[in-house]
Design a protein around this ligand. Sequence first.
Ligand code: PLP
Length: 368
Amino acid sequence: MEPYHNYPVLEIHLDGIYHNSKAVVDMCREKNIQVTGVVKGTDSYENSYLQIAKQMLNAGCSSIGDSRINTIKRMREAGMNAPVLLIRIPMPCELEDVITYTDISLNSEIENIKTLNQIALQKNKNHKVILMMDLGDLREGYIKEEELIRDALFIEKELKNITLYGIGTNLGCFGSIKPDTTNLNRLVTIADKISSAIGRKLDIVSGGATSTLPLVLDGTIPEGINHLRVGEGIANARDLQDIWGLDLPMFCRDNYTIKAQVIEVKEKPSYPIGEIFVDAFGNTPDYIDKGQRKRALIALGKRDVGDIFNVLPKIKGATVEGGSSDHLILDVTDCEADIVLGDIIEFEACYGAMIHSTYSSSVTKIYV
Ligand SMILES: *Cc1c(COP(=O)(O)O)cnc(C)c1O
């Protein structure tokens, strides 16, 4: 039995995170691409940031990326002094903190950037901006190329305390658009136009996140893309294999393990008894009648992992049937092991479970 008292436990394997950071940094370095290690998926109340950011930096990431000022501030207060990139377009109410706590930010609104310039002037600081171009995914960024170029030239000429650091894009988030040579070549072309207009080469052409890594791997990443912002591909490294179908034996895929305890074991029918109406969340799932089954009830719920199907049981033969806020229902009929009350069941965490469990105060985090 494990030595823990407070289940559910999330074990975070730092050596795996270092290993994956190094794998990503090395494959990108070959293509002259620098990597920002993105920590937004792995927050916790025990300063996971510092632990995880440290692995990324030791492995050669050039900066740390995060989406929230409150967590960036915590990282700073804990002594993290590497360059920090704010990866969510800043809220107008947080611009002062953007200048205080970050070095670089992604931006798409010139009003924000003008205010950043004023604050930076007052604080006698310099701040770098990367302008975001929307290449079709329809989340953040300029949709009109000429507007982005116009604002880039304005920043370069007029804003003394802002450095036009580069341009970037984000794909595969809202519109599910795949990064490819067509959309990324367009980004490089826009960067070239700006570079020739300002008479110097832009430092950064940021070609996306984990979902751009397949182009690095197969060598089709357009020349000129020189920066990526990678979170999932380092921390969890599941998506490229599970979603893209790539075989990537060089990545550790079990950096986040959730351990939870069995609180009931009973033989039950698999089809609910009575009139089927709605579950705890107002939905009516489909139920399949598989006859009498051995069910283990696990003390792990949506409060801990978000969607219950974000976790995959590590024991062979077990299937997740569903769950609610505080419970997960596991069919253990076909398991070789005899599951009994008090057993600890291990689950692999998908991206959603990683985000939820690291932020959830009801999950005990252990660094291994
Ligand atoms: C979340 C995010 C990333 C990192 O994405 P991963 O898929 O975790 O690599 C990079 N850039 C932006 C703008 C993001 O919002």
